[in-house]
Design a protein around this ligand. Structure first.
Ligand SMILES: Nc1ncnc2c1ncn2[C@@H]1O[C@H](COP(=O)(O)OP(=O)(O)O)[C@@H](O)[C@H]1O
Ligand SMILES: [Mg+2]
Length: 343
């Protein structure tokens, strides 16, 4: 007879009936190519036969629908937040690309970008439960908590950078914010969250996160183990975009070094996408690059990025990330790993 399932594992299994994989695309800076890359990576997975849902989570400046020539996207995330639609899945619209639907980010009413905690939790749960092989979330610009929480939800986290110091700075700030958010969330109980928050703010000048984990290990080894697992399985993947010359790839590589040295996470570079007039043209034609210029070198490179992502072991990441219970229960805290829970 099999062992009874821990509550943690039971919840992990329950959520696996929803999205089999979530990839979030962030980067902090506006205009670096998050939306065009989200859209085209979604197309690349759809071409591979997967059922894909692209979510435009840029609530303030939604425009993913335009990339697919959808003039009136109808009810999107905004309608869910305005309670016009009960479940986010109901807002899926066809994109014209086989296997790919879009959840538009249209704001139904002014101020939709400012959602409250309860609304956000509900939305994040619904996104996790979308029935699809893959959900791609275009997180939008900035590093506001709402944006970071969409990012925190994902199994794989892409960070888009251009080879410019300002882009690297913003992307690093974005990832740092996301790592902090994930470390606080994994702590589970309010007391432990407070502990992590205090230690992170004390360490502001030091900035080497593994040192913070080591300090917490002295008083709360369980919490430190959960934090360590979140750093180990954070799943950041860098995509360099707007590359004019090969030597610029070196600038993109600095992201990986910064992340390793200061945040204690691995952020490998998945690929670098050249600057190309074809990307521009596809945006203006409102047809995804892969559908319009599918054999151009940059389209081939986008597909390569998708192929590398497709080969990753998502289950390993999901099982590796430990989230502690919301209420502190010493026995329950030692139960097996689970998927991240957003509080
Ligand atoms: N590799 C590229 N080559 C040329 N133009 C690009 C490339 N990537 C993005 N762009 C251009 O940059 C613009 C902004 O991209 P977008 O994806 O909207 O940025 P973000 O979502 O990060 O704000 C696009 O409209 C597109 O014309
Ligand atoms: Mg965008």
């Amino acid at each position: 007879m099999s062992e009874p399932m821990s509550p943690a594992l039971a919840s992990a299994n329950h959520s696996s009936i929803g999205a089999r994989r979530i990839i979030a695309v962030g980067g902090g800076k506006g205009g670096v190519g998050k939306s065009v890359l989200s859209a085209n990576i979604a197309v690349a997975f759809a071409e591979r036969g997967q059922q894909v849902v692209l979510i435009d989570a840029d609530l303030g400046m939604a425009n993913a629908h335009t990339l697919f020539s959808i003039e009136r996207p109808g009810k999107g995330l905004g309608a869910v937040l305005d309670k016009e639609v009960a479940n986010v899945s109901e807002t899926r619209v066809a994109t014209g690309v086989p296997n790919l639907t879009l959840i538009p980010g249209t704001s139904a009413s002014p101020g939709t970008a400012n959602i409250n905690h309860g609304q956000k939790q509900k939305l994040l749960r619904q996104i996790r439960n979308i029935d699809a092989d893959l959900v791609v979330i275009d997180c939008g610009a900035g590093a506001a908590y709402n944006t970071l929480d969409f990012y925190a939800l994902a199994d794989s986290r892409l960070v888009v950078v251009t080879p410019q110091i300002t882009s690297i700075q913003n992307a690093y700030g974005f990832l740092k914010g996301a790592v902090h958010r994930v470390l606080i969330q994994c702590a589970g109980s309010p007391a432990r969250k407070k502990h992590v928050t205090e230690e992170l703010s004390k360490a502001r000048g030091v900035a080497h996160l593994p040192d913070v984990v080591a300090r917490i290990a002295k008083t709360d080894p369980e919490l430190a183990a959960a934090m360590h697992s979140q750093l180990q399985y954070f799943g950041a993947r860098v995509v360099g975009n707007y590359i004019y010359e090969p030597k610029e790839e070196i600038i993109v590589q600095t992201m990986g070094r910064l992340c390793r040295d200061f945040l204690g996470i691995r952020a490998t570079t998945l690929g670098t996408i050249p600057a190309s007039k074809h990307m521009h043209a596809s945006v203006n034609a409102r047809v995804p690059l892969l559908n319009r210029h599918g054999s151009e070198p940059l389209a081939v490179m986008v597909r390569q990025v998708a192929a590398l992502l497709a080969n990753e072991d998502v289950q390993h990441v999901r099982e590796g990330r430990i989230t502690l219970p919301k209420i502190r229960e010493p026995q329950a805290a030692t139960l097996g790993p689970t998927r991240p829970v957003v509080h």
